[in-house]
Design a protein around this ligand. Structure first.
Ligand SMILES: Nc1ncnc2c1ncn2[C@@H]1O[C@H](COP(=O)(O)OP(=O)(O)OP(=O)(O)O)[C@@H](O)[C@H]1O
Length: 279
């Protein structure tokens, strides 16, 4: 995908930002700058606020305090949300939807069209859709009914849909969760290919091991606060537990990501009463 934000340009800037629901802040005091070209893994125990943080960046929950700038503009006046591609958590496609893979991916083009004009099928759109399917390795399934695809393949369709919007940054909420080992490898390879192409990515994950080679930076969220923000090497040195944190790929709902030895980090809180459930 073409990146329009020059490498190194700030894409997301948070200063003492809080996000939550109604007047209940879940993420507080978040200060963070994410620049074009970075691949950021967001780690943390279940219920610590990772999704709330990512969804807050997209305007999908309430911005309760502090500053948030997207591409150098305050969020309040920012309107180009198509520049932020989002792959939501645990999302597969409903079996009741009768659509082909290419049709689902084409939805990603909608943001680039005036609503009164037919979306499909300019040659340019068709080429972008093809390219997105190519990146996720699903060209050969373009005309298949999505309902016939596995969960892991459907996740790849959703990544392709996000890519088709040609975003400047891809935000993914646990893209490899709940996917079998073979498909996890395919998904990791897809993300590696995107990283190679310079795609800026923010990836919420419990499976750092699978992404360790592509991640340039790690942010740990604990109890709604940013408990760590640094390079992979710093993470390894500061915690001494990079390997064990990376070993959590079979413990998607393990509450104790190995970050409790971080300087100043509180110990992991009690199990999320939702039991790691999802909305
Ligand atoms: N829609 C919502 N309304 C109210 N509270 C919510 C909502 N979504 C999440 N929360 C609360 O916000 C807190 C953080 O949840 P969040 O999903 O951000 O955590 P997470 O770190 O992404 O967890 P997981 O690893 O389980 O996905 C939880 O206490 C949760 O109950």
């Amino acid at each position: 995908m073409t990146t329009t934000a020059p490498k190194g340009a700030p894409i997301i800037e948070l200063r003492h930002a809080s996000f939550g629901y109604a007047d209940q802040a879940v993420v507080t005091g978040a200060t963070l700058t994410i620049r074009a070209g970075e691949v950021v893994a967001i780690l943390g125990p279940n219920g610590s606020g990772k999704s709330t943080l990512v969804r807050g960046l997209l305007g999908l929950n309430d911005h309760l305090g502090g500053d948030l700038e997207l591409f150098g503009q305050p969020r309040e006046s920012f309107s180009e949300f198509a520049r932020l591609g989002y792959v939501p958590q645990r999302h597969t496609l409903s079996a009741s939807v009768r659509a082909t893979v290419a049709e689902i991916v084409a939805v990603g083009r909608l943001a680039h069209h005036r609503w009164w004009r037919p979306v499909l099928r300019s040659t340019r759109d068709a080429a972008i859709i093809d390219r997105a399917l190519d990146v996720v390795g699903l060209n050969d399934r373009a005309h298949a009914d999505v309902a016939t695809l596995s969960g892991g393949q459907q996740r790849r369709v959703l990544i392709a849909r996000a890519l088709a919007a040609d975003p400047d940054v891809l935000l993914m909420d646990e893209p490899t969760a709940g996917v079998d080992a073979a498909n996890q490898q395919v998904l990791s390879a897809v993300l590696a290919r995107l990283a190679e192409r310079g795609t800026t990515m923010i990836i919420v994950t419990h499976e750092l091991a699978a992404l360790a080679d592509i991640v340039t930076r790690i942010v740990v969220v604990q109890g709604g606060r940013i408990a760590f923000d640094g390079s992979r090497d710093e993470f390894a040195t500061r915690t001494g537990e990079f390997e064990s944190a990376a070993d959590h790929h079979h413990h998607e709902h393990d509450n104790r990501l190995s970050t409790s030895t971080l300087p100043g980090a509180p110990s992991a809180g009690p199990l999320d009463p939702r039991g790691g459930g999802h909305r």
